[in-house]
Design a protein around this ligand. Structure first.
Ligand SMILES: Nc1ncnc2c1ncn2[C@@H]1O[C@H](COP(=O)(O)OP(=O)(O)OP(=O)(O)O)[C@@H](O)[C@H]1O
Ligand SMILES: [Mg+2]
Length: 456
């Protein structure tokens, strides 16, 4: 019997006798059946292969997403760094100009606006950096419950009465301590809640924040629904959570929800469905960056016209909580000490000199670390403090500091760092460097740090 091959090969969804479904592959060919034309048909159950293909596709997608986000992060980080230096000049010179203008002068108002915008830009740059290169420093054991309450209080004041807020804390006693940067966790909450509020802005609804303890096992049933399938959308890779105790923070709303198409892109930087001027689209990508860098993950469930739920998982720690610093609204601090300021960027040196002199200090500047060292060698006792940039040609700030301390071991030093030239606080403090300031230099921060370095 010579069969003639039929080119067709089909994949179909079929039903078993018990009603359950499976994927079948059908191959058929024409045959000669005892002199009569006939068809021979094979049906093969390919459900497993189908599932493996789907899983592979999902993994590929997650990997692609992760790579994309990383590439954008690197790019954004680079731009943000340069942008920070430009902002330093804008903010610095405006502060100086503002001091030279009388309070009743109309120009003062304009300058204040420039300053405000400058600070907004600085915040935005910080957001981009939080997303691209989340800082590890600034982390300490914190209790999420208090941050959550504070955020909710802040939010309540800005929400319309049609949006009801609820909080639901179901944690075991004191099981809400995580190792985190409190401002970043605050930001996560504010971004999630703001989004939720926007989704309910027109028709009102309920915004609920809850906290729970969950345990992630080896197999994350936490991320599967009743049928053992992963939820509608797991951004990038939530399954990579290490087993352990986690705090689950949930923000849910009864707003307009999202389509699946939107849901797939919400963590992309600059993705927004809001009108121009309505949103930057950075909110959730920042949230994602922060949570990932804290060893956590975020998932989202949403149904159109019903609402959305975001789950944030953060690893718990068993540690004592440090008392938060007392926030002082003290006036700008001044002094009369003698400062040597070193930075290879001429504009920055000029600004810093001006700021410091206005604060009452005597300032000598150098734009070369080698020259600064030479000067210090002959006049070590003419200075009470050295402020130096980190990245400089020939001799970096940390090397310069080491040399200075060889000459005078008790000289207080402040190191200015940008974002990409981070040296760990521990390492620098271990070397004997007193304080750090982040660029761009802002008068109030600088004034505070200078006093702190001089007084301790
Ligand atoms: N709770 C929610 N309900 C419905 N849609 C949401 C919700 N949260 C986020 N989205 C969708 O995800 C998009 C991206 O959110 P994201 O916070 O990143 O940016 P944004 O809110 O548009 O702008 P920004 O936060 O920068 O002001 C939103 O434009 C919106 O379409
Ligand atoms: Mg947002």
């Amino acid at each position: 019997m010579r069969g003639e091959k039929v080119p067709n090969r089909y994949e179909v969804k079929l039903k078993r006798k018990d009603g359950s479904c499976f994927y079948g592959e059908i191959i058929a060919r024409k045959i000669d059946f005892a002199g009569e034309p006939g068809v021979q048909v094979w049906i093969r159950d390919i459900t497993e292969r189908k599932q493996a293909d789907n899983e592979k596709r999902l993994l590929e997608l997650q990997l692609q997403q992760a790579q994309k986000v990383e590439a954008i992060g690197t790019l954004a980080g680079g731009i943000a760094h340069d942008f920070n230096n430009i902002l330093a000049a804008i903010i610095g010179y405006t502060e100086i100009a503002s001091l030279q203008v009388a309070d009743d002068n109309k120009a003062k108002e304009s300058l204040n606006e420039v300053l405000k915008a400058g600070h907004r830009a600085k915040d935005l740059v910080n957001q981009i950096l939080a997303f691209s290169r989340p800082a590890e420093e600034g982390r300490k054991p914190i209790q999420v419950t208090s941050i959550m309450k504070e955020a909710l209080k802040l939010l309540r004041a800005t929400l319309p009465a049609t949006i009801e807020t609820r909080q639901n804390i179901e944690i075991d006693p004191d099981q809400d301590t995580i190792l985190a940067d409190p401002t970043q966790i605050h930001e996560v909450l504010m971004n999630l809640c703001t989004n939720a509020a926007h989704a309910m802005w027109e028709n009102g609804g309920i915004l609920e924040i809850s906290l729970q303890n969950v345990e992630i096992g080896i197999r994350n049933s936490e991320f599967e629904d009743d049928e053992g399938k992963p939820p509608i959308h797991i951004p990038y890779s939530s399954v990579d959570l290490d087993p352990g105790q986690y705090l689950r923070l949930t923000v849910s709303d009864t707003g307009h929800g999202m389509t699946e198409k939107v849901m797939k892109r919400i963590f992309d930087p600059y993705f927004t469905t809001k009108d121009k001027g309505g949103g930057t689209g950075m909110g959730l990508s920042v949230v994602h960056g922060i949570i990932k860098s804290h060893g956590g993950t975020i998932t989202v469930y949403s149904e159109q016209a019903k609402g959305s739920t975001f789950h944030v998982y953060l690893p718990l720690i068993q540690e004592e909580v440090q008392k938060p610093d007392i926030d002082d609204n003290a006036p700008v601090l001044t002094g009369h000490e003698r400062i040597l300021f070193v930075d290879d960027e001429h504009a920055l040196v000029e600004i810093a000199k001006d700021i410091l002199e206005r604060l009452g200090y005597e300032v000598v500047t150098r734009t070369s670390s080698v020259e600064a060292l030479e000067l210090f060698r002959v006049r070590a006792h003419s200075f009470d403090l050295v402020i130096t940039d980190m990245t400089m040609p020939n001799m970096t700030g940390d090397k310069l500091s080491r040399e200075l301390m060889k000459i005078r071991s008790d000289i207080p030093i402040i190191l200015c760092t940008g974002y990409s030239e981070r040296i760990s606080e521990e390492k620098a403090k271990g070397m004997g460097i007193r304080e750090f300031v982040m660029k761009p230099l802002v008068m109030k921060d600088l004034a505070k740090t200078v006093r702190k370095a001089l007084d301790t």
